[in-house]
Design a protein around this ligand. Structure first.
Ligand SMILES: NC(=O)C1=CN([C@@H]2O[C@H](COP(=O)(O)OP(=O)(O)OC[C@H]3O[C@@H](n4cnc5c(N)ncnc54)[C@H](OP(=O)(O)O)[C@@H]3O)[C@@H](O)[C@H]2O)C=CC1
Ligand SMILES: O=C(O)[C@@H]1CCC=N1
Length: 267
């Protein structure tokens, strides 16, 4: 069984470790490391995987290095990574950082993959776009698949699409949760207790997402099924239109896209 090493032990590393363990990957074949040791200690305690004390210990005998710290950490990475990552497959989930930057940071690795997952991967309901610097060997492709498929849907895309995927599905859960928070706050403003507001909103969004997925219908069709002529929904939707919701969503996506490109340029 391949030994998989995680550099970073936060949200995304925890999602991948959880998926691997659920799919039968041995605890002993998973390791994590962080510079402060704080979240690595927590992930190790939570899952039973090994916390490595150093970069050489993290990577000795490992086949795959998953780079799951923040893009800003790449500039101050431990110099020991250059030698320790020699011959390994690298999979980075860092937003913004390009394959060329990965090749420069891990110059002796055997292959480089850039992936963009999202937090619903924690429950196997995520979507991940990924690309490699070149066609992967079958064994490396299988290893990438074993890492990403437990998170949900995994799509191989071009590198040019990865930043756009970050702006849609990478950040998308945050847009959705912000909407959920806004609807919940509105429910409380009109008089519902917080717990009731939460139940109403959660079930409404869950049911609507399931209906969207299961019906195969366009969102506009499903919206129209809710909207009676001169009814309550139309009155509400008019407010969204007046506030130019679609323009705001487009500006949101464009801002995320632009920030991804900016991160690529930052050292
Ligand atoms: N969150 C999301 O929705 C998504 C995130 N991503 C990408 O995933 C990556 C991780 O994000 P996320 O998991 O949310 O972040 P977290 O903040 O949850 O985790 C960051 C991790 O990096 C560790 N770390 C910090 N400095 C170093 C260092 N010098 N060496 C080793 N490890 C270090 C932290 O350790 P400690 O706490 O112990 O200091 C922590 O475990 C990012 O690059 C992000 O762009 C991609 C898609 C979606
Ligand atoms: O906000 C971020 O930078 C990361 C990338 C996509 C989701 N979270």
């Amino acid at each position: 069984m391949s030994v998989i090493a995680f550099l970073g032990a936060g949200n995304m590393a925890a999602a991948m470790v959880g998926g691997l363990l659920k799919n039968g990957h041995a605890h002993a074949a998973l390791r994590c490391y962080t510079e402060s040791g704080q979240s690595a200690r927590a992930l190790s305690a939570l899952t039973g995987i090994t916390r490595a004390e150093s970069i050489p210990a993290l990577l000795a005998g490992a086949d795959l290095l998953v780079v799951a710290f923040k893009p800003q950490h790449l500039a101050t990475r431990d110099a020991a990574l250059v030698e320790a990552s020699s011959g390994k497959l690298i999979v980075s989930v860092m937003v913004g950082k390009t394959l060329a930057q990965l090749q420069s940071a891990f110059p002796h690795a055997r292959a480089w993959v850039r992936a963009m997952p999202n937090t619903p991967g924690k429950i196997g309901a995520g979507v991940t776009g990924w690309c490699a610097h070149t066609t992967l060997a079958d064994a490396d492709r299988a290893l990438v698949d074993s890492l990403l498929s437990p998170l949900g849907l995994a799509l191989e895309v071009t590198e040019a699409q990865i930043n756009d995927i970050a702006a849609i599905s990478g950040s998308g859960p945050a847009y959705f949760f912000e909407f959920a928070a806004a609807l919940s706050a509105a429910a409380q403003q009109i008089g519902f207790e917080p717990e009731v507001a939460k139940r109403l909103v959660t079930q409404t969004l869950l049911g609507s997402a399931q209906l969207l997925a299961q019906s195969g219908a366009a969102p506009e069709t499903l919206r129209n099924q809710v909207t009676s002529p001169n009814g309550t929904t139309l009155a509400g939707l008019r407010k969204m239109e007046e506030a130019r919701l679609r323009e705001t969503v487009l500006a949101t996506v464009r801002a995320a896209q632009a920030r991804g490109l900016e991160i690529a340029r930052e050292s």
